[in-house]
Design a protein around this ligand. Structure first.
Ligand code: NAI
Ligand code: 15L
Length: 267
């Protein structure tokens, strides 16, 4: 059992759910976010912290032997925000980890690192990065930091390219990208239980009939997703219009993220 597991991004959509699903991994769960969080429960500590504040992150990581890194900007946004949270924030986290004995990290990367691959292509961990925006580029940076700190310092990270982690798929693309909360929770457990981890890329998707991603390289984790978006197909087909075949949402793995024009709006 871990001594203390740090969860960043604990006020966010996934953080609020996973906080209650990781019990038992560690004696103490330290939850953190820049935003306000629910008060501490049993065996929990709550620490408000801005990931872009290097000194605060150094203190945040002290005493932790595992980190579930969910914190950061989670959609396309203006570059200064992405810079602070996803670039400086990741650098601060890895530097803090280096200073505090290399706690094992699960880095929440994203399918938007490969968003400009067509939906007709099946990808494995060796595929070329094709980010679909500044957000995707920032996740590529995080993946590169993880790989460099592993090669140079032996820091272990599970790079999890999450598809769409929500209660159920809400559009046709998510029939391929969906990751159930239960499967994500089990993946977190597998990552922190593995005797040796290294720095693998793991596709964060459930056992969807329509999946695009090949996790053969991480069989050693013993993680077998159990849920399948097919269970929601009929409901989805009845309630949501399928975009046309030439719509970006049907063409690219990153779907609508390929179409955001925010870069041209940056000042
Ligand atoms: P979210 O946006 O709901 O939560 C992210 C949290 O990070 C927020 O509570 C926010 O306050 C916090 N945060 C942002 N900047 C911060 C900073 N400078 N310092 C401290 N905290 C900061 O995102 P969600 O959906 O919970 O996702 C969690 C992680 O998983 C994110 O890193 C996201 O990029 C990644 N991810 C999520 C997917 C999903 O389907 N939910 C898909 C792919 C990746
Ligand atoms: C992500 O990376 C986002 O954080 C999340 O909000 C979803 O939009 C997800 O990807 C997706 O591609 O569905």
């Amino acid at each position: 059992m871990y001594r203390r597991l740090l969860i960043t991004g604990a006020a966010g959509g996934l953080g609020r759910v996973m906080r209650h699903r990781v019990a038992g991994i560690a004696a103490v769960i330290r939850v953190s976010d820049i935003a306000e969080m629910e008060p501490a429960g049993d065996a929990e500590e709550v620490v408000q912290c801005d990931l872009s504040d290097a000194v605060a992150v150094h203190d945040l990581v002290a005493g932790c032997d595992g980190i579930l890194h969910l914190g950061g900007i989670s959609v396309e946004d203006m570059f200064p925000k992405i810079l602070r949270s996803n670039i400086e924030g990741v650098f601060n986290l890895y530097e803090a980890a280096r200073a505090h004995g290399h706690p094992r990290i699960l880095f929440a990367s994203s399918n938007h690192t490969v968003g400009y691959h067509p939906q007709t292509t099946r990808l494995d961990a060796q595929c070329t990065l094709k980010p679909d925006g500044l957000y995707g580029v920032s996740k590529c940076f995080g993946e590169a930091m993880a790989a460099m700190y592993h090669a140079k310092f032996g820091q272990e990270t599970a790079i999890v390219r999450i598809g769409s982690c929500l209660e159920k798929p809400i559009d046709h693309r998510m029939l391929a990208t969906w990751l159930s909360h239960g499967d994500f929770a089990e993946l977190i457990r597998a990552v922190f239980a593995a005797p040796e981890l290294g720095c693998p890329v793991i596709w964060g998707a459930s056992a969807n009939d329509d999946g695009w991603w090949d996790n053969a390289a991480v069989g050693f984790l013993g993680w077998t997703p159990k849920d399948n978006s097919a269970a929601f197909r009929a409901e989805l087909e009845a309630t949501v219009n399928r975009p046309s075949a030439d719509d970006p949402r049907s063409v690219w793995q990153g779907g609508a993220f390929t179409q955001t024009s925010i870069i041209t709006d940056q000042k």
